[in-house]
Design a protein around this ligand. Sequence first.
Ligand code: MTE
Ligand code: MO
Length: 432
Amino acid sequence: MKPPPASTPVTRRDFVRTSSAAATLALSSGFAHPANVLAAAAPAPAGAPPKPAAPTAPRPFLTPADKFRDVSRGTPKPHSLTGDALIQARLTPETWRLEITADTPANPAAKDVAGLGQALTLADGTALDLPALLKLGERHGVKFLKAMQCLNIPTPLGQGLWEGVPLREVLRLCGPLRNVRRIYYWGFHNHDPKQLFQSSLSYSQAMETPPGELPAFLAYRLNGEPISLLRGGPVRMVIPWAHGFKSIKWLQRIVVTNDYRANDTYAEQNNDPEAPLKTAAYLDNVPARIPAGQAVSIGGLVISGWSGLKRVECRDSAKPGATGPPATPAADAAEQWTAAQLEAPPADWTSVLPAGVSARKILGFNSQTGQPATWPLRYSMISWSAALNGLAPGKYTLRARAVDLNDFAQPEPRPMQKSGRNALEVKEFEVV
Ligand SMILES: Nc1nc2c(c(=O)[nH]1)N[C@H]1C(S)=C(S)[C@@H](COP(=O)(O)O)O[C@H]1N2
Ligand SMILES: [Mo]
């Protein structure tokens, strides 16, 4: 198989210009993004060459806070609380408190007793409040663009500019830490142990951010605004390299422990609690029936996960008749894949970022030039698109996949879907 050509980035402006000029087919879409339509150019007049396909319209780079797909547990859902119930839950900016304590010596998995120089508790009036966290942010604040993606749902939930304070700086308030192997944390859960949704990090993941890496942080702003109750405010944990289940909403408690286990609630549901965000492409819906001679643009989103992104490619569908993925690895290797176009970085980041936010101050950007250090940015998502031209009548199966920087094509090297939903996406359509 001949290697596909390198992906050619297209600019956001090109995307928008061509797609708005094109006739769009109305599609039923399961995705939450408003711009999620596939564009198809009008059929070419007889004898004329088919018009170039109109690229898929890209989503807005930042998803509005209320447009994220929501994954929240709880009865009632914490973000449905109002009035006094909200105050009792300590989920207003004034009432929010964070407790940081050590695990009980009774934990049977502990081989030693974990301890903190200074616990922060409600009982003794030392629990951290929002003004103290914001004050810490004046010195240590970080900003970071991240796609939120559930481990169990294929389509990314949304992408935001998150802002907050590294967890290591918050834990420093409680030093010295003794015999700590892991850190657990959870949010408001209606004071009902059955509704607890907990996540965890190793001690080093929390405390020793490597140079150029992204820290775990306590976020209090999203897209330049305070984090809404709906998105887990006033304060939410954000773990840049992880799937959504590590980014605990309505954060209220951190516990340091000598227990070595990744004691995440998700671990009890057969998920891999240590799996980082998976590089994967997602494919938008395709019209079920496409008139012959009509050029069609396909596209979707791609997440640059733990192992980065080299390209997105789709199967060359010029030959009708194939149904489903090839049965054997040899047949798969013989497939023709065509590189898709990746959305280029915005020429002007001020048009994408909230007012007053400089790209130079965002982690993952060059602090001198204000340009992204990698593209796509680590743990973020962009749109991709490709054109299908000159398809003969027949049934087609379209597939798209991401190839990571180690040349693994999705779902490899992570075929186990409970470690991050990244199955090869397949759509069927018919040219008539
Ligand atoms: N407290 C709490 N935090 C939570 C959850 C939850 O149910 N309760 N769901 C988690 C999961 S599984 C995901 S995928 C993300 C979803 O974030 P979003 O609702 O902001 O899109 O939140 C995470 N944080
Ligand atoms: Mo999730």
